[in-house]
Design a protein around this ligand. Sequence first.
Ligand SMILES: [Zn+2]
Length: 62
Amino acid sequence: MAKRKACKSCHVMTTKSHCPICKSTNLSSSFSGLVLIFDPDKSMIAQKLNITKPGEYALQVR
Ligand SMILES: [Zn+2]
């Protein structure tokens, strides 16, 4: 299983070498808290984290 990392910019989880949303390569394997966003428009967590696309996100990225 590939090691998962979180994007430092938009917090999305990925196993790739760059972020699938913002294309950033600034990824971190040091994160805490995972949240699944199905409907960003109706999710308070998504709005707080500025998430606009459904997916799995880290709450905190260091
Ligand atoms: Zn990103």
